[in-house]
Design a protein around this ligand. Structure first.
Ligand code: NAP
Length: 358
Protein backbone atom coordinates (compact mmCIF):
# COMPACT_ATOMS: atom_id res chain seq x y z
CA UNK A 1 0.00 0.00 0.00
CA UNK A 2 1.34 3.43 -0.94
CA UNK A 3 0.11 6.08 1.45
CA UNK A 4 0.16 9.83 1.06
CA UNK A 5 1.16 11.65 4.22
CA UNK A 6 1.23 15.42 4.40
CA UNK A 7 3.22 16.83 7.32
CA UNK A 8 2.19 20.16 8.82
CA UNK A 9 5.22 22.45 8.23
CA UNK A 10 4.55 24.23 11.54
CA UNK A 11 4.74 21.06 13.68
CA UNK A 12 8.09 20.34 15.31
CA UNK A 13 10.22 17.57 13.80
CA UNK A 14 11.94 15.13 16.16
CA UNK A 15 15.53 14.15 15.32
CA UNK A 16 17.03 11.40 17.51
CA UNK A 17 20.82 11.45 17.69
CA UNK A 18 20.80 15.20 16.91
CA UNK A 19 24.44 15.60 17.96
CA UNK A 20 25.78 12.99 15.51
CA UNK A 21 27.65 13.42 12.25
CA UNK A 22 24.52 12.82 10.14
CA UNK A 23 21.98 13.91 12.77
CA UNK A 24 23.45 17.39 13.11
CA UNK A 25 23.36 17.96 9.33
CA UNK A 26 19.69 16.91 9.37
CA UNK A 27 19.01 19.37 12.20
CA UNK A 28 20.77 22.14 10.29
CA UNK A 29 18.93 21.38 7.04
CA UNK A 30 15.57 21.36 8.85
CA UNK A 31 16.30 24.69 10.53
CA UNK A 32 17.44 26.23 7.24
CA UNK A 33 14.18 25.00 5.68
CA UNK A 34 12.30 26.95 8.36
CA UNK A 35 11.22 24.00 10.52
CA UNK A 36 11.14 23.76 14.29
CA UNK A 37 13.27 20.91 15.65
CA UNK A 38 13.23 18.78 18.79
CA UNK A 39 16.64 17.09 19.02
CA UNK A 40 17.52 14.29 21.42
CA UNK A 41 20.98 13.81 22.90
CA UNK A 42 22.11 11.56 25.72
CA UNK A 43 23.36 14.41 27.85
CA UNK A 44 22.17 17.95 26.98
CA UNK A 45 24.20 19.35 29.89
CA UNK A 46 27.60 18.10 28.75
CA UNK A 47 30.26 20.78 28.62
CA UNK A 48 31.73 19.86 25.25
CA UNK A 49 30.56 18.06 22.12
CA UNK A 50 27.34 20.01 21.64
CA UNK A 51 28.83 23.34 20.55
CA UNK A 52 27.60 22.81 16.98
CA UNK A 53 24.01 22.41 18.19
CA UNK A 54 24.27 25.45 20.48
CA UNK A 55 25.48 27.46 17.49
CA UNK A 56 22.56 26.25 15.35
CA UNK A 57 20.22 27.20 18.18
CA UNK A 58 21.75 30.70 18.33
CA UNK A 59 21.49 31.05 14.54
CA UNK A 60 17.80 30.02 14.57
CA UNK A 61 16.40 31.51 17.79
CA UNK A 62 13.57 29.58 19.44
CA UNK A 63 13.51 26.82 16.82
CA UNK A 64 15.82 24.13 18.24
CA UNK A 65 15.15 22.49 21.62
CA UNK A 66 17.37 19.73 22.97
CA UNK A 67 15.91 16.88 25.04
CA UNK A 68 17.62 14.17 27.03
CA UNK A 69 16.93 10.64 25.75
CA UNK A 70 18.81 7.34 25.78
CA UNK A 71 18.10 4.47 23.40
CA UNK A 72 18.26 2.06 26.32
CA UNK A 73 15.98 4.03 28.62
CA UNK A 74 12.30 3.09 28.03
CA UNK A 75 9.98 6.05 27.64
CA UNK A 76 12.79 8.56 27.39
CA UNK A 77 11.72 9.80 23.92
CA UNK A 78 8.13 10.60 24.96
CA UNK A 79 8.71 14.17 26.06
CA UNK A 80 10.72 15.15 22.96
CA UNK A 81 8.15 13.56 20.63
CA UNK A 82 5.07 15.30 22.03
CA UNK A 83 3.37 17.33 19.28
CA UNK A 84 5.67 16.06 16.48
CA UNK A 85 4.17 14.75 13.23
CA UNK A 86 7.50 13.64 11.79
CA UNK A 87 10.14 11.57 13.61
CA UNK A 88 13.61 11.11 12.14
CA UNK A 89 15.33 8.27 13.97
CA UNK A 90 19.06 8.46 13.32
CA UNK A 91 20.51 7.54 16.75
CA UNK A 92 22.44 4.27 16.64
CA UNK A 93 26.12 3.49 17.16
CA UNK A 94 28.22 3.35 13.97
CA UNK A 95 31.37 1.53 15.07
CA UNK A 96 33.41 -0.88 12.95
CA UNK A 97 36.24 -1.54 15.43
CA UNK A 98 37.23 -0.69 19.00
CA UNK A 99 34.52 -2.59 20.91
CA UNK A 100 34.73 -5.85 22.86
CA UNK A 101 31.14 -7.00 22.97
CA UNK A 102 29.28 -6.42 19.68
CA UNK A 103 25.92 -7.37 21.15
CA UNK A 104 26.20 -4.67 23.85
CA UNK A 105 28.02 -2.04 21.79
CA UNK A 106 25.95 -2.30 18.61
CA UNK A 107 23.03 -4.69 18.48
CA UNK A 108 21.34 -3.89 21.80
CA UNK A 109 21.28 -0.09 21.35
CA UNK A 110 20.20 -0.42 17.70
CA UNK A 111 17.42 -2.92 18.32
CA UNK A 112 16.17 -1.90 21.78
CA UNK A 113 16.57 1.74 20.80
CA UNK A 114 14.37 1.26 17.72
CA UNK A 115 11.74 -0.48 19.84
CA UNK A 116 11.95 2.26 22.42
CA UNK A 117 11.56 5.08 19.88
CA UNK A 118 8.71 3.29 18.10
CA UNK A 119 6.93 2.52 21.40
CA UNK A 120 6.97 6.30 21.93
CA UNK A 121 5.65 6.79 18.39
CA UNK A 122 2.78 4.40 19.15
CA UNK A 123 1.99 6.40 22.29
CA UNK A 124 2.18 9.81 20.54
CA UNK A 125 -1.02 10.48 18.55
CA UNK A 126 0.42 13.42 16.57
CA UNK A 127 3.05 11.29 14.74
CA UNK A 128 2.21 10.58 11.09
CA UNK A 129 5.55 9.50 9.62
CA UNK A 130 8.85 7.99 10.76
CA UNK A 131 12.00 8.38 8.66
CA UNK A 132 14.48 5.75 9.78
CA UNK A 133 18.21 6.02 9.04
CA UNK A 134 19.03 2.52 7.90
CA UNK A 135 22.04 1.72 5.69
CA UNK A 136 23.09 -0.11 2.55
CA UNK A 137 24.42 -2.72 4.97
CA UNK A 138 20.82 -3.70 5.75
CA UNK A 139 20.61 -4.53 2.02
CA UNK A 140 23.71 -6.69 1.61
CA UNK A 141 26.10 -8.41 4.01
CA UNK A 142 29.34 -9.02 2.10
CA UNK A 143 30.52 -7.67 -1.25
CA UNK A 144 30.72 -11.18 -2.73
CA UNK A 145 26.89 -11.29 -2.63
CA UNK A 146 26.81 -8.95 -5.62
CA UNK A 147 27.37 -12.14 -7.68
CA UNK A 148 23.86 -13.25 -6.60
CA UNK A 149 21.86 -10.17 -7.67
CA UNK A 150 20.80 -9.23 -11.23
CA UNK A 151 23.56 -7.28 -12.99
CA UNK A 152 25.50 -7.20 -9.72
CA UNK A 153 23.37 -4.20 -8.63
CA UNK A 154 21.66 -4.07 -5.23
CA UNK A 155 18.23 -2.41 -4.92
CA UNK A 156 15.88 -1.64 -2.05
CA UNK A 157 14.27 -5.03 -2.70
CA UNK A 158 17.31 -6.83 -1.29
CA UNK A 159 17.93 -7.66 2.35
CA UNK A 160 21.04 -8.58 4.26
CA UNK A 161 20.52 -12.23 5.20
CA UNK A 162 24.08 -13.21 6.07
CA UNK A 163 25.38 -10.95 8.87
CA UNK A 164 25.40 -12.01 12.52
CA UNK A 165 26.72 -10.78 15.86
CA UNK A 166 29.94 -12.69 15.12
CA UNK A 167 30.37 -11.79 11.43
CA UNK A 168 29.65 -8.20 10.35
CA UNK A 169 28.01 -7.06 13.63
CA UNK A 170 27.36 -3.46 12.54
CA UNK A 171 25.47 -4.57 9.38
CA UNK A 172 23.63 -7.07 11.57
CA UNK A 173 22.63 -4.32 14.03
CA UNK A 174 21.22 -2.18 11.19
CA UNK A 175 19.38 -5.13 9.62
CA UNK A 176 17.63 -6.36 12.76
CA UNK A 177 16.76 -2.81 13.81
CA UNK A 178 15.17 -2.05 10.43
CA UNK A 179 13.31 -5.38 10.36
CA UNK A 180 11.91 -4.63 13.80
CA UNK A 181 10.88 -1.14 12.67
CA UNK A 182 8.92 -2.57 9.73
CA UNK A 183 7.22 -5.06 12.10
CA UNK A 184 6.10 -2.14 14.29
CA UNK A 185 4.95 -0.12 11.29
CA UNK A 186 2.91 -2.94 9.77
CA UNK A 187 1.19 -3.63 13.11
CA UNK A 188 -0.74 -0.34 12.95
CA UNK A 189 -2.08 2.15 10.39
CA UNK A 190 -1.71 5.62 11.95
CA UNK A 191 1.90 6.31 10.89
CA UNK A 192 3.89 5.29 7.84
CA UNK A 193 7.63 4.80 7.50
CA UNK A 194 10.33 5.62 4.97
CA UNK A 195 13.82 4.21 5.33
CA UNK A 196 17.02 5.84 4.04
CA UNK A 197 19.97 3.62 3.09
CA UNK A 198 23.23 5.55 2.75
CA UNK A 199 26.54 4.02 1.75
CA UNK A 200 29.61 5.24 3.65
CA UNK A 201 28.82 8.85 4.45
CA UNK A 202 31.66 11.34 3.93
CA UNK A 203 31.97 15.12 3.70
CA UNK A 204 32.54 17.96 6.14
CA UNK A 205 31.29 17.43 9.70
CA UNK A 206 29.63 20.04 11.88
CA UNK A 207 31.35 18.46 14.89
CA UNK A 208 34.61 16.67 15.58
CA UNK A 209 33.07 15.03 18.69
CA UNK A 210 31.44 12.15 16.78
CA UNK A 211 32.54 8.50 17.12
CA UNK A 212 31.19 7.78 13.65
CA UNK A 213 33.27 5.31 11.64
CA UNK A 214 32.89 7.78 8.75
CA UNK A 215 35.46 9.97 10.46
CA UNK A 216 37.79 7.09 11.40
CA UNK A 217 37.65 5.73 7.83
CA UNK A 218 39.00 9.02 6.49
CA UNK A 219 41.77 9.02 9.13
CA UNK A 220 43.33 6.06 7.28
CA UNK A 221 44.29 8.56 4.56
CA UNK A 222 46.18 10.69 7.06
CA UNK A 223 48.23 8.31 9.17
CA UNK A 224 50.11 6.19 6.61
CA UNK A 225 47.98 3.05 7.21
CA UNK A 226 47.37 2.62 3.48
CA UNK A 227 50.75 3.74 2.17
CA UNK A 228 52.11 0.23 1.69
CA UNK A 229 48.98 -0.74 -0.23
CA UNK A 230 45.22 -0.45 0.15
CA UNK A 231 42.90 -3.46 0.26
CA UNK A 232 40.90 -3.78 -2.96
CA UNK A 233 37.72 -2.92 -1.08
CA UNK A 234 34.79 -1.25 -2.85
CA UNK A 235 32.31 0.82 -0.81
CA UNK A 236 29.20 2.80 -1.53
CA UNK A 237 29.92 6.48 -0.78
CA UNK A 238 27.65 9.51 -0.38
CA UNK A 239 27.91 13.10 0.84
CA UNK A 240 26.59 13.81 4.34
CA UNK A 241 24.71 16.88 3.05
CA UNK A 242 22.92 14.75 0.45
CA UNK A 243 22.01 12.21 3.14
CA UNK A 244 20.46 15.00 5.21
CA UNK A 245 18.59 16.18 2.10
CA UNK A 246 17.33 12.62 1.53
CA UNK A 247 15.87 12.59 5.06
CA UNK A 248 14.05 15.89 4.52
CA UNK A 249 12.68 14.80 1.15
CA UNK A 250 11.61 11.44 2.63
CA UNK A 251 9.86 13.29 5.44
CA UNK A 252 8.08 15.94 3.41
CA UNK A 253 7.25 14.13 0.14
CA UNK A 254 3.72 12.88 0.83
CA UNK A 255 4.00 9.84 -1.47
CA UNK A 256 7.47 8.74 -0.27
CA UNK A 257 7.39 5.11 0.79
CA UNK A 258 9.56 2.08 1.38
CA UNK A 259 13.33 1.80 1.21
CA UNK A 260 15.43 4.47 -0.55
CA UNK A 261 19.07 3.80 -1.33
CA UNK A 262 20.91 7.11 -0.80
CA UNK A 263 24.28 6.46 -2.38
CA UNK A 264 26.15 8.53 -4.95
CA UNK A 265 28.52 5.91 -6.32
CA UNK A 266 30.91 3.12 -5.40
CA UNK A 267 34.62 3.72 -4.85
CA UNK A 268 37.63 1.68 -3.78
CA UNK A 269 40.04 2.93 -1.14
CA UNK A 270 42.60 3.39 -3.93
CA UNK A 271 40.15 5.53 -5.93
CA UNK A 272 39.57 7.73 -2.86
CA UNK A 273 43.36 8.00 -2.53
CA UNK A 274 43.64 9.00 -6.22
CA UNK A 275 41.03 11.75 -5.79
CA UNK A 276 43.01 13.11 -2.83
CA UNK A 277 46.31 12.83 -4.68
CA UNK A 278 44.92 14.80 -7.63
CA UNK A 279 44.03 17.64 -5.24
CA UNK A 280 46.87 17.52 -2.71
CA UNK A 281 49.75 15.93 -4.67
CA UNK A 282 52.39 14.04 -2.74
CA UNK A 283 52.05 15.96 0.56
CA UNK A 284 50.14 13.27 2.43
CA UNK A 285 50.40 9.47 2.80
CA UNK A 286 47.74 8.48 0.27
CA UNK A 287 47.76 4.89 -1.03
CA UNK A 288 49.59 4.38 -4.34
CA UNK A 289 48.67 0.78 -5.03
CA UNK A 290 46.40 -2.08 -4.15
CA UNK A 291 47.87 -4.68 -1.80
CA UNK A 292 47.48 -8.34 -2.85
CA UNK A 293 44.55 -10.08 -1.12
CA UNK A 294 46.86 -12.73 0.29
CA UNK A 295 48.86 -10.01 2.09
CA UNK A 296 45.71 -8.32 3.42
CA UNK A 297 44.49 -11.70 4.66
CA UNK A 298 47.79 -12.35 6.44
CA UNK A 299 47.74 -9.02 8.31
CA UNK A 300 43.96 -8.86 8.79
CA UNK A 301 43.85 -9.62 12.56
CA UNK A 302 46.53 -6.98 13.24
CA UNK A 303 44.44 -4.25 11.57
CA UNK A 304 41.19 -5.32 13.23
CA UNK A 305 39.72 -7.32 10.31
CA UNK A 306 38.76 -10.99 10.29
CA UNK A 307 40.09 -13.30 7.57
CA UNK A 308 36.49 -14.21 6.74
CA UNK A 309 35.74 -10.51 6.10
CA UNK A 310 38.73 -10.27 3.75
CA UNK A 311 37.72 -13.48 1.95
CA UNK A 312 34.15 -12.33 1.33
CA UNK A 313 34.72 -8.64 0.62
CA UNK A 314 38.15 -7.84 -0.80
CA UNK A 315 38.36 -7.96 -4.59
CA UNK A 316 34.61 -7.94 -5.28
CA UNK A 317 32.71 -5.14 -7.05
CA UNK A 318 29.75 -3.43 -5.39
CA UNK A 319 26.98 -1.38 -7.02
CA UNK A 320 23.68 0.13 -5.92
CA UNK A 321 20.63 1.40 -7.79
CA UNK A 322 19.80 4.87 -6.39
CA UNK A 323 17.15 5.64 -9.05
CA UNK A 324 14.19 5.66 -6.62
CA UNK A 325 15.88 8.41 -4.59
CA UNK A 326 16.38 10.51 -7.73
CA UNK A 327 13.04 9.81 -9.44
CA UNK A 328 10.69 9.81 -6.44
CA UNK A 329 12.45 12.11 -3.96
CA UNK A 330 14.12 14.39 -6.53
CA UNK A 331 17.47 13.91 -4.83
CA UNK A 332 20.62 14.99 -6.67
CA UNK A 333 24.07 13.85 -5.61
CA UNK A 334 27.19 15.96 -5.26
CA UNK A 335 30.25 14.68 -7.15
CA UNK A 336 32.25 12.50 -4.74
CA UNK A 337 35.43 14.37 -5.70
CA UNK A 338 33.94 17.41 -3.92
CA UNK A 339 32.74 15.33 -0.94
CA UNK A 340 36.11 13.73 -0.39
CA UNK A 341 38.28 16.80 -0.87
CA UNK A 342 36.05 18.96 1.36
CA UNK A 343 36.16 16.29 4.06
CA UNK A 344 39.96 16.06 3.87
CA UNK A 345 40.35 19.84 3.76
CA UNK A 346 38.37 20.09 6.98
CA UNK A 347 40.72 17.55 8.59
CA UNK A 348 43.70 19.67 7.49
CA UNK A 349 42.04 22.84 8.83
CA UNK A 350 41.36 21.06 12.15
CA UNK A 351 45.04 20.07 12.43
CA UNK A 352 44.24 16.34 12.19
CA UNK A 353 46.52 15.60 9.23
CA UNK A 354 50.28 15.20 9.23
CA UNK A 355 52.26 15.97 6.08
CA UNK A 356 54.67 13.39 4.70
CA UNK A 357 58.27 14.00 5.81
CA UNK A 358 60.24 15.57 2.93
P1 NAP B 1 27.48 9.29 15.04
O1 NAP B 1 28.05 10.61 14.70
O2 NAP B 1 28.28 8.41 15.95
O3 NAP B 1 26.03 9.48 15.60
C1 NAP B 1 25.42 8.49 16.38
C2 NAP B 1 24.36 9.15 17.21
O4 NAP B 1 23.70 8.12 17.95
C3 NAP B 1 24.92 10.16 18.19
O5 NAP B 1 24.16 11.33 18.07
C4 NAP B 1 24.69 9.51 19.55
O6 NAP B 1 24.18 10.44 20.51
C5 NAP B 1 23.55 8.56 19.26
N1 NAP B 1 23.59 7.43 20.19
C6 NAP B 1 24.46 6.41 20.24
N2 NAP B 1 24.16 5.60 21.26
C7 NAP B 1 23.07 6.14 21.87
C8 NAP B 1 22.28 5.80 22.97
N3 NAP B 1 22.52 4.70 23.73
N4 NAP B 1 21.23 6.59 23.31
C9 NAP B 1 20.94 7.71 22.59
N5 NAP B 1 21.67 8.10 21.53
C10 NAP B 1 22.71 7.32 21.18
O7 NAP B 1 27.22 8.40 13.72
P2 NAP B 1 26.61 8.76 12.30
O8 NAP B 1 27.60 8.33 11.31
O9 NAP B 1 26.10 10.13 12.28
O10 NAP B 1 25.40 7.73 12.26
C11 NAP B 1 24.05 8.15 12.42
C12 NAP B 1 23.15 7.08 11.85
O11 NAP B 1 23.42 6.89 10.47
C13 NAP B 1 23.26 5.71 12.49
O12 NAP B 1 21.97 5.14 12.54
C14 NAP B 1 24.12 4.96 11.49
O13 NAP B 1 23.91 3.56 11.57
C15 NAP B 1 23.58 5.52 10.20
N6 NAP B 1 24.46 5.39 9.04
C16 NAP B 1 25.69 5.98 9.06
C17 NAP B 1 26.49 5.86 7.95
C18 NAP B 1 27.85 6.52 7.90
O14 NAP B 1 28.63 6.21 6.99
N7 NAP B 1 28.15 7.42 8.82
C19 NAP B 1 26.05 5.16 6.83
C20 NAP B 1 24.80 4.58 6.85
C21 NAP B 1 24.00 4.71 7.95
P3 NAP B 1 25.02 11.14 21.69
O15 NAP B 1 25.81 12.21 21.02
O16 NAP B 1 23.99 11.69 22.59
O17 NAP B 1 25.88 10.10 22.29
Amino acid sequence: MTSSTAINPEAPVLVTGASGYIGSWIVRSLLEAGRTVHGTVRNPQKASGLEHLHKLSDDHPGRLTLFKADLLDPGSFDEAMAGCELVMHTASPFLLTGFKDAQEALVRPALEGTRNVLDSVNRTPSVKRVVLTSSVVAIYGDNCESRNVPGGVFTGEHWNTTSSVEHQPYPYSKTVAEQEAWRYQKAQDRWDMVTIHPGLVLGPALTSASDSASLSTMKQFTDGTLLAGAPDLTMGVVDVRDVADAHLRAGFTPEAHGRYIANADSLTLLQIGKILRRRYGQLYPFPRMTAPKVVIKAVAPVVGLTRKFVDLNVGYPLAFDNSRSRDELGLTYRPLEQTITEHFQQMIDDGLVRRMPV
